[in-house]
Design a protein around this ligand. Structure first.
Ligand code: ADP
Ligand code: X2W
Length: 268
């Protein structure tokens, strides 16, 4: 595949696609066909992946307790080693292989490579080796895109003094989308979008999201997704979407799933 969607440095339209661990094993042709259509329409995808369930399985194998605090994995030094082993050594490799099998040019990047995802501890005492991204070095990502590769980024950050930190994949995707000024940030997961009372909602604004979090109709792993989606749109990313990795999420120039907007006005 040649220089995907390359229209010149000033006109690159990038789309960040976060693939959640909940759906990585179930990605099918619908996902890869959507990716193909996006590229045919001139978009350059940047993939960020999760892998929470695979980390849980490996921790179980090593008989290490899994603990979450506010949706973030409490990560001691040993857990961090396993997080990196699984995300970078296993999940990233599997996703790159799947992409290669479907004729995409995938380039795996551990977020700490080239100090791509610069990070700081959130709460060293309470959470351990868990980070928040302080700066995204976009050079490596843009270099890959300009050379016709799809960057496939593992959400591992690096501190100034070289410590590796575990970053929630949703937050990493939003930070990357903001830094590269992506057109869109799409969160691929195991549901069709945001469901309220079992019904798919096509659009949601920040105030609607806030009340759904408060009344419990948005909960668990969907919370960091909608918060990341909102922070991306508030920082200038055109649209954020929650979409399914099992269905064709992009077809004939249309996206399918839930679109999230920072303000009501966007849809007026
Ligand atoms: N309102 C909602 N609509 C759809 N899914 C929701 C909602 N609230 C919570 N969820 C849950 O969020 C899950 C997706 O989050 P998560 O399991 O963390 O996915 P991923 O691994 O893809 O990041 C869904 O499978 C569902 O159980
Ligand atoms: C700090 C933190 O919680 N990091 C996540 C990183 C993986 C992830 O985000 O995976 P999903 O997208 O599948 O949830 C974790 O350790 O599970």
């Amino acid at each position: 595949m040649q220089a995907i969607g390359h229209k010149g440095a000033d006109q690159l339209e990038t789309v960040v696609i976060k693939c959640g661990g909940s759906v990585l094993e179930d990605l099918n042709d619908n996902f890869f066909n959507s990716l193909k259509e996006l590229i045919e329409d001139g978009f350059c995808p940047v993939i960020v992946h999760g892998g929470g369930p695979a980390i849980n399985s490996m921790l179980e194998l090593y008989k290490i307790e899994t603990k979450f605090n506010d949706g973030l994995r409490v990560t001691c030094e040993k857990t961090m080693e396993i997080v990196e082993m699984v995300l970078s050594g296993q999940t990233n490799r599997q996703l790159c292989s799947m992409l290669t099998m479907h004729d995409f040019n995938a380039l795996g990047i551990n977020g700490s490579d080239g100090r791509c995802l610069q990070a700081d501890f959130i709460d060293k005492e309470g959470l351990g080796f868990v980070g928040t991204i302080t700066h995204v070095n976009t050079d490596l990502i843009m270099m890959a895109i300009h050379n016709g590769y799809i960057p496939v980024i593992t959400p591992i950050g690096i501190t100034e003094d070289g410590s590796k930190l575990n970053i929630n994949g949703d937050y990493a995707a939003a930070s990357i989308a903001k830094a590269i000024k992506a057109e869109r940030c799409a969160f691929v997961t195991n549901v069709d979008g945001i469901l309220i009372n079992g019904e798919l909602v096509s659009e949601m604004t920040d105030s609607q999201i806030e009340s759904c979090i408060t009344d419990g109709s948005i909960y668990g792993g969907m919370v960091p997704k909608v918060k990341s989606a909102l922070s991306a749109t508030k920082a200038g990313v055109d649209t954020a979407m929650i979409i399914s990795g099992k269905k064709q999420f992009y077809k004939n120039n249309c996206w399918h799933g839930t679109a999230i907007a920072a303000q009501e006005e966007v849809y007026k």
